[in-house]
Design a protein around this ligand. Structure first.
Ligand code: SPV
Ligand code: MG
Length: 299
């Protein structure tokens, strides 16, 4: 069996869009797999939120590694890890690539926003970008740190988020591709990213393009793919769906004093059991049962 990085590359070569789903635990990851999606996005926004932090570069490499291992182990799906602005120090970035690649991560994404990291979804008045040459160096360091040629580095530009316009976006992306980026992510948090589509129509990019359609959700995957986008990252919808559903059930419990499992969108207990592999535990016990058929639980 090939590596997950190879399988991500094969998806990129196939026809049609590649869809990565933001996953922040084993359950969200498994659901993404069951619904047939191609890849997982270990979103800094969602992972920080799962730890109770704002998306501000607060997670350590070890925390990123732990959740990446959980996502990979529970799905065997290519996992793309959001490494924010690629840390503050180039040597830290090198170490992150080494440990994440060893854990089976298929790709990392780093963005050209200036340190300190502040989520692109936050209302920050004056966004600053890292100088293009400094960021290109980060891409080079990441590429030189990887061991297999299949591991991919996604260079994300925040040029549109920082309102720098298409010319700067084009210049930056060209530098990053030259530095070795395998894909470019053109980020936008506008609800009408006409300028991004115009950019895609004009730019002839030599590497696949990724978008995160959180705010411009009206365009379908197929439409976005027709506009020249290969990788679509649905970064945070799973977590927002979960929070919305939890809020509803707890509101009902607080009001009615009970939870009707047949009302609302409550998953059944059996469904959760399936998601965590309970059947495997049962068949394991059968296989190692005592001659009288009872489960063998050595004391
Ligand atoms: C993330 O999911 O953490 C991302 C995408 O980086 S966004 O939050 O839209 O910037
Ligand atoms: Mg992020």
């Amino acid at each position: 069996m090939g590596s997950l990085a190879q399988s991500f590359r094969a998806h990129l070569k196939a026809d049609g869009p590649v869809i990565a789903i933001g996953a922040y635990d084993a359950l969200s990851a498994r659901l993404a797999k069951i619904h047939g999606f191609d890849a997982l996005w270990a979103s800094s926004y969602c992972l920080s939120a799962a730890y109770g932090f704002p998306d501000a570069g607060l997670l350590t490499i070890t925390e990123l590694l732990t959740i990446s291992e959980i996502l990979i182990r529970s799905t065997e799906l290519p996992t793309l890890v959001d490494c924010d602005n690629g840390f503050q120090d180039l040597f830290q970035l090198k170490r992150a690539v080494q440990v994440l690649e060893r854990a089976g991560v298929a790709a990392i994404c780093i963005e050209d926003a200036a340190v300190p990291k502040r989520s692109s979804l936050y209302d920050v008045p004056q966004r600053r970008l890292a100088p293009a040459d400094e960021f290109a160096l980060k891409i080079r360091v990441a590429k030189e740190a990887q061991r297999s040629t299949d591991f991919a580095v996604i260079a994300r530009t925040e040029a549109f988020v920082a309102k720098r316009g298409a010319a700067e976006a084009a210049e930056r992306v060209a530098r990053y591709v030259e530095a070795g980026a395998d894909l470019v992510l053109i980020h936008s948090v506008s609800d009408n990213p006409g300028e991004v589509f115009q950019f895609l129509a004009q730019a002839r990019l030599p590497v696949p393009v990724a978008l995160v359609p959180t705010t411009f959700w009206r365009s379908s995957c197929q439409e976005l793919h027709r506009s020249g986008v290969k990788l679509l990252i649905y970064a945070n919808q799973t977590m927002r769906a979960a929070v919305g559903a939890i809020r509803e059930v707890l509101r009902t419990l607080a009001e009615a004093g009970k939870v009707d499992p047949t009302a609302g969108n409550l998953a059944t207990v059996a469904e959760i059991n399936d998601l965590v592999g309970y059947r495997e535990l049962v068949s394991f016990e059968k296989r190692y049962a005592l001659p009288n058929g009872q489960a063998n639980h050595p004391r």
